[in-house]
Design a protein around this ligand. Structure first.
Ligand code: 5GP
Length: 178
């Protein structure tokens, strides 16, 4: 399927499942190297990151634990610049290394919010692993440590990413048409 429509928008196939898998493998190798002597907590951001998180964590070789949070900053196809905490932290993160697993980093508002939340929870160290990253949209100074797919500043769906709830189960990534 090269084209798909949800609600008022049409999307075209943009990144194949195979390319995503190869990019995930690359990122997993870096993470395995960087955390080889550590036991991080993987903090998965619901709902979008579930597909990438499952694929990434199966490739990680260090002992690790998994926790989830649910935040929301997007409405339709744009950022609201405000982060709502729908499901918050329920772990003691004192002294822990935390690796956030995201579907996509866009403006960085959500990442900055999470970073502050984790530092306030006395995490030892916080890093970001994301399936997609829009460098042209990013407005923050925090480093984005592990990026599988750098993409242009256009709305995408698939492989966990949605448009108002639709499209998460697409195996490829699709980009919105004008
Ligand atoms: P940020 O706070 O970095 O602006 O946005 C982060 C969140 O916005 C992501 O976790 C994701 O839920 C949503 N988002 C940003 N860009 C896109 C996009 O192109 N497609 C989809 N489906 N969601 C996006």
């Amino acid at each position: 399927m090269d084209k798909i429509t949800f609600l008022d928008k049409t999307f075209v196939k943009y990144i194949s499942e195979k390319e995503i898998e190869e990019a995930t493998e690359r990122v997993a190798k870096q993470i395995n190297e960087d955390y080889k002597n550590d036991q991080p907590i993987l903090l998965v951001t619901l709902n979008g990151a579930i597909v990438f998180a499952v694929e990434l964590m199966k490739k990680l070789t260090m002992p690790c634990r998994i926790s989830c949070v649910k935040l929301s900053s997007y409405s339709g196809t744009s950022s609201t610049n405000q982060v709502k905490e729908l499901v918050g932290l329920n772990e003691d993160l004192t002294g822990q290394r935390v690796l956030i697993i995201e579907d996509i980093v866009d403006t960085g508002v959500t990442y900055e919010h999470m970073h502050k939340m984790l530092m306030d929870a006395h995490a030892k160290d916080v890093r970001m692993a994301t399936m997609a990253f829009k460098p042209d949209a990013y407005k923050k100074d925090l480093p984005v440590h592990y990026v599988a797919l750098p993409i242009p500043n256009k709305f995408v769906i698939g492989h966990g990413l949605d448009y108002d709830g639709w499209g998460r189960n697409l195996t490829d990534i699709y980009q919105v048409t004008e």
